[in-house]
Design a protein around this ligand. Sequence first.
Ligand code: CA
Length: 367
Amino acid sequence: MKKLERRDFIKAATFSAAAFTVASGIPGCGNNEKKNNTSGYSGKTFNWRMVTTWSPHFPLLGEYADKMAVWIDEMSGGRLKIQVYGGGELVPALETFDAVSQGVAEMGHGAPYYWAGKIPAAQFFSGIPFGMNTQQTNAWLFDGGGIQLWEQTYAPHNLIPFVCGNTGGQMGGWFNKEINSLADLQGLKIRMPGLGGKVITKAGASAILSPGSELYTNLERGVIDALEWIGPYHDYLMGFHKIAKYYYSPGWQEPTGTLELIVNKNAYESLPADLQSIIRCAASAVTMQLLSGFEQKNAEYLLKLKNEDKINLKDFPDDVLNKLKEFALQVFNEITNADAQSKKVYESYKEFQIQTHEWTAIAEKNY
Ligand code: CA
């Protein structure tokens, strides 16, 4: 497979903040309001660029960025043409946010937790340790006020966010040592970015930020003792099963993985209403189909790993998970106490999580 170019650190960056507000319509497909725009159909052709945080044509993630551009071209009758760039092709992967904010590209595709270094609240839109699953998270985003908070969070950066894909639940990662108690995590060097990394640090492990392209070598050489990546499909492509003894679940650190489309606000508002609506619908279509792609591939490759490669599947013990959950709440408290927008977003998230809990217990867990 192609080498992965995304790096697991957030570059410090400066940017100019333009204050404005985004009027929030119902954020599903086909509900686009004519915001600041009354032009309707226009024969004008727009040539846009989409930068992404994925290496070019990266399995599923990059592939769906490519597909979205094709769908938009087709739906618009060729009036909105989008050239897709993998990370590093136009700008480095982790400069996607700034590039779209500044109008270097009109759109970007990636994951909101990449921007946690500059916008702490962003990481609460991606999926958080012991948080809601994909179905619940989508319900919060689309119908529970999540997307409006997300728009508000990105507004000072001249960006409009759209939910645009999801990895589904992930795996807990590859270990060369059995985890039977919390003490087994102590001193381990684990590649785990984001909020999960902060949680395992509290458990006495070290969160290492290895770039994707170096993960295999680092695990093989013992630079790291364990790692989490995505799920069976992408992990298989990386070959981790050849060098790690145990494959742990659940993926407590990422029970869902919301992806984003970000659009430069000025560029968006320059479009006639039908093209705006097409973007919104294409993002919604990616949200559904990318998740289906993940589900199908993960199911197929989990069986492949089990049956052909005879991997050793393990569950984290309940007491380890319970302790990690306590650490996660400490991490959320620290972040939300230091940042008002994070507090606002997390409060909304938490309220929805509590509200949805009983329905999920009856509708899904009982089943
Ligand atoms: Ca992951």
